[in-house]
Design a protein around this ligand. Structure first.
Ligand code: NAP
Ligand code: F7E
Length: 360
């Protein structure tokens, strides 16, 4: 391994954010190690395009290790072996509705996993920086806009688990001097978003309906409002947090909120359909307690990290609809693809990126 290259360890590397973060870090010249859990089917499809097989004689900078954040197991051993400069803890049971069905499992995997990794860092004796994937869900019923000083009012077992992880991250920062940060990220989406989150469910349904594979789309509460951003931009914020002189906690979001209904307008409207003809309400998708309105006040991230989101709501929806149409073999209207090809080549991104001074 090249001694000059920085080394990152990513849990949840097979997920939406993990895959974008791995791409981002590889483009920055890191060696990237990911922890994946053993599954009976392949769970690495989001990484296939960046995976290189050492047996082919390829230069390899992405390494995968089996592990499970539900158990301390080999976590300390992986950390000791890898000697990471930075750890990004993204793995979680990340579905809010599912957390009501699996509350203790969610508490274990989404909450306790953070202290497992922090303990593994201590026991491995490795000086590493730590990123905790905290969530806007922790704000719950707190009125918008929400920022780092807003008192948390969690509304689900998922949010309560994330809140434990948030506080234990702060505690290990203060108690043991570990460079540990909470990124309190508002919803962020992409063509790689899990299929059961509402945005992806909608954009897949648009494609399925156009392809004649699906007649209806069953949803729950259409009135909830979310601050939806574009996932590849959010992984840059994670990285920026770990490059500062001092560890801190940051809210990351666009500062613009839309309802599920508005997402439907935008997605179906883009391809000339009226969602009222297709959407049906199914009580199963309602949550026992809902989070009505999340809206980020991300001024601290803008001022201290120089992070600003570039992609708007309309563009995000177009990117997702185009991608899902292409997945089922349809020609898409192509506006999303055009936006993507202009903006999200990481190497160009680096060249064109605005300097910290300009951004603040
Ligand atoms: P995601 O797509 O659901 O990915 C979750 C990842 O965690 C997957 O790689 C999954 O592996 C892994 N994982 C789950 N249980 C595990 C276990 N027991 N052991 C090892 N790995 C396990 O989530 P995401 O959208 O990328 O989000 C990343 C993180 O940010 C999560 O912690 C989420 O809660 C948090 N977050 C997300 C958002 C958002 O809007 N996306 C906002 C705020 C915070 P498999 O592929 O094997 O399932
Ligand atoms: O729901 C409503 C639902 O599941 C958004 C996770 O990444 O972001 C995500 O959590 C809204 C909710 O995301 C359906 O009731 C209506 O109000 O897409 P979602 P989420 O719950 O906001 C946060 C920041 C995270 O940290 C989480 O990990 O949409 N909604 N009908 C529906 N939601 C779903 N999933 N399915 C429906 O049919």
């Amino acid at each position: 391994m090249d001694a000059q290259r920085k080394v990152a360890l990513v849990t949840g590397i097979t997920g939406q954010d993990g895959s974008y973060l791995a791409e981002f870090l590889l483009a920055k010249g890191y060696d990237v190690h990911g922890i994946i859990r053993r599954a009976s089917t392949f769970n690495t499809r989001r990484l296939d395009h960046i995976y290189r097989d050492p047996h082919n004689g390829d230069e390899v900078h992405l390494f995968l290790h089996y592990g499970d954040i539900g158990s301390s197991g080999n976590l300390a051993e992986i950390i000791r072996q890898v000697q990471p400069d930075e750890i990004y803890h993204l793995a979680a049971q990340s579905h809010v509705r599912v957390s009501f069905d699996l509350p203790d499992y969610t508490g274990d995997v989404t909450g306790l996993s953070t202290v497992r990794i922090l303990e593994a860092i201590r026991h491995a004796g490795v000086k590493t920086r730590f990123y905790q994937a905290s969530s806007s869900e922790m704000f719950g019923a707190a009125p918008p806009p929400q920022n780092e000083r807003t008192p948390f009012q969690p509304q689900s077992p998922y949010a309560a688990a994330k809140l434990y992880a948030y506080w234990v991250t702060r505690n290990y920062r203060e108690a043991y001097g570990i460079y540990a940060c909470n990124g309190i990220l508002f919803n962020h989406e992409s063509p790689r978003r899990g299929e059961t989150f509402v945005t992806r469910k909608i954009t897949r349904a648009v494609a399925g309906i156009l392809a004649g594979r699906q007649k209806h789309l069953y949803l729950g509460n259409l009135n909830a409002r979310r601050d939806w951003g574009y996932a590849p931009e959010y992984v840059e914020a994670m990285w920026l947090m770990l490059q500062q002189d001092q560890p801190d906690d940051y809210v990351i979001g666009t500062g613009e909120a839309h309802s599920v209904r508005e997402f439907l307008d935008e997605a179906f409207g883009y391809v000339g359909l009226d969602w009222n003809d297709y959407v049906r309400i199914d009580q199963r998708y309602y949550r026992p307690t809902e989070v009505d309105y999340l809206l980020a006040d991300a001024r601290k991230a803008r001022n201290q990290l120089g992070w600003i989101p570039r992609l708007g709501f309309r563009e995000l929806v177009r990117i997702m609809v185009d991608a899902d149409m292409e997945l089922v073999g349809l020609d898409s209207p192509g506006e999303g693809r055009q936006i993507l090809s202009k903006q999200f080549d990481w190497h160009r991104w680096q060249d064109q990126s605005i300097s910290m001074e300009q951004r603040t």
